[in-house]
Design a protein around this ligand. Sequence first.
Ligand SMILES: Cc1ncc(COP(=O)(O)O)c(C=O)c1O
Length: 357
Amino acid sequence: MLEARGAVRRLKEYHPPLGGRLGLRLDFNENTVGCSPRVLERLRQLQFDQLARYPERESVEHQVASHFGVDPAGMLLTNGVDEGIHLICETYLESGDEVLIVVPTFSMYEIYAGATGAQVITIPTGTDFSYPTEHLLSRLSPRTRLIAIANPNNPTGAVVSRSDLWRILRAAPDAAVLIDEAYFDFYGESMMAEVASLPNLFVARTFSKAYGLAGLRIGVLAGNTGQMAMVRRVSSPYNVNAVALACLPDALADQDYIRQYVSEVRQGRERLEQELHALKLHFWPSQANFVLGKIGERHDAFVRAMRERGILVRDRSRDPGCEGCVRISVGANAQTERLIAVLREVVRALAPAGATA
Ligand SMILES: Cc1ncc(COP(=O)(O)O)c(C=O)c1O
């Protein structure tokens, strides 16, 4: 009987709750108001010919490389950051290699790395979710071939300092160090400028979050040109679809739109953190477009009560170290106002009789 590889059989199934997402979507860290109107205009102008042909990535790749200030030979457009992670794993990992990830973090590192047969070593963060750099360094071995770091991290919103990233990069010259900057726009610090000079550094960015293009599946993987030549060998020449390629230059050109959205998200994040504090709910300060809050034993009921009132949030209580935690994405100002009103109501409704929030 046909059997999948052992490494694949050992993978845990991952089914994010994508079904029936009606309401204000504060559950997947997406843009909540949509992409730039320029992108929608471009979509309306698409001609059949653009769909009939195989997509041609190169010219758009050059425009995107110039936007990010990197050598086009050191940058690849990808089918979202997910594909960038997959390509790194396919390029560098063999069965028996070691991969270091600090948990809780984004699930796809463990899945793609595990599928190669590499051994994924998970290192827990402290209770404050700060990055355990010393612990990570102590786990380096001659077999370490990949270190994946979400910066800011999902689901915690915590960040790793530039000096710690440098320490890791220097200490592991034979490992690919992937800095996943999916939430860069809400944070502002990046390692993108260093990719040319550090041969083991890779930086991933996405257009799924601030740019509002999660459905188009488009991201960027940047690295040293020699390394990226290897990564290109395992990538399909048609990995990014024609619609995404047609829209991306317009999305990048409308930086006013991104600035406005990001500014509202940052204000909203502060408002939400203040509100959680006022409601006496523990939370971890975030540099991304979401906040992780500790709801406690009633996390299930909380998520349900929010949903009943039209707001979707994500239960993260099964993530390591996140017992009782719920992640709440932040959107535009009016949505934050609505979120806060509903949050107050739900906390009041779930409080034990006689208690005041
Ligand atoms: C840290 C991190 N990286 C990558 C992704 C996925 O990005 P993309 O939609 O570009 O595949 C996510 C999505 O939630 C994320 O949180």
